[in-house]
Design a protein. Structure first.
Ligand SMILES: CC(C)(COP(=O)(O)OP(=O)(O)OC[C@H]1O[C@@H](n2cnc3c(N)ncnc32)[C@H](O)[C@@H]1OP(=O)(O)O)[C@@H](O)C(=O)NCCC(=O)NCCS
Length: 180
């Protein structure tokens, strides 16, 4: 799905083949990957191509990934998007990652507000979930600033034979719709 979104400081461009080097650098980065326990860090640029093909396949409903591009200098800073859409239950998961040099400026908060508004406009969403590793304080703080609430449900990701406990934070979309 190709949909450009614009915020005060950012262009959110849909992921495309021209982003392969960026996607590789993003998901092979040790700092970014520190709390990402659903996949191993990338080691081959062909894996970046696979990610891009997954998100650009028009048959994959409810899969979106945008690149955060800073308006002032066109720098690509990170990505955000949706996956695991459950149409019947009206749920989807949100994911996000920002390179360390761009953290601490509110860029991701700005991006997520925009994609959440877009997501609830185009999909029949009741709840948006964020699966967050218990030790990922920055991500917990970000989700809480956006109105996500700790559902008290947990989920374990297993990587390299080790379990990593994740909290499931949830955003109630009906409350957002009534504010629109
Ligand atoms: C999670 C992650 C995106 C958070 O990045 P972030 O920059 O802290 O997120 P925000 O956009 O909410 O920015 C908030 C920070 O910017 C500051 N800020 C500065 N200017 C701001 C502005 N204009 N508006 C809002 N916040 C601003 C806030 O005070 C806050 O700083 P603090 O953390 O020192 O309190 C980042 O840590 C990351 O990518 N981590 C690696 C990948 C990852 O863990 N992804 C999530 C998996 S669940």
């Amino acid at each position: 799905m190709d949909k450009k979104l614009i915020t005060q400081r950012l262009i959110l461009k849909s992921i495309s083949e021209e982003d392969r080097e960026f996607i590789f650098s993003e998901f092979s980065d040790a700092v970014i990957s520190k709390y990402l326990y659903d996949e191993e860090p990338l080691t081959d640029i062909k894996q970046a191509d696979e990610i891009i093909h997954t998100y650009t396949n028009p048959q994959h409903e409810g899969l979106y990934r945008w690149i955060l591009v800073r308006k002032t200098d066109n720098r690509k800073m990170g990505t955000c998007g949706f996956h695991c859409f459950n149409k019947g239950e009206g749920t989807i998961e949100i994911g996000y990652d920002l390179q360390a040099e761009f953290c601490g400026h509110g860029y991701m908060q700005e991006a997520l507000k925009e994609i959440i508004a877009y997501g609830i406009e185009i999909m029949p969403l009741k709840q948006i979930h964020a699966h967050i590793y218990v030790g990922n304080e920055k991500s917990i703080a970000l989700s809480e600033r956006l109105g996500f609430i700790n559902s008290k449900k947990v989920y374990n990701y297993t990587l390299r034979d080790k379990d990593y406990l994740h909290l499931i934070y949830s955003l109630d979309c009906s409350s957002l719709k009534s504010m629109q």
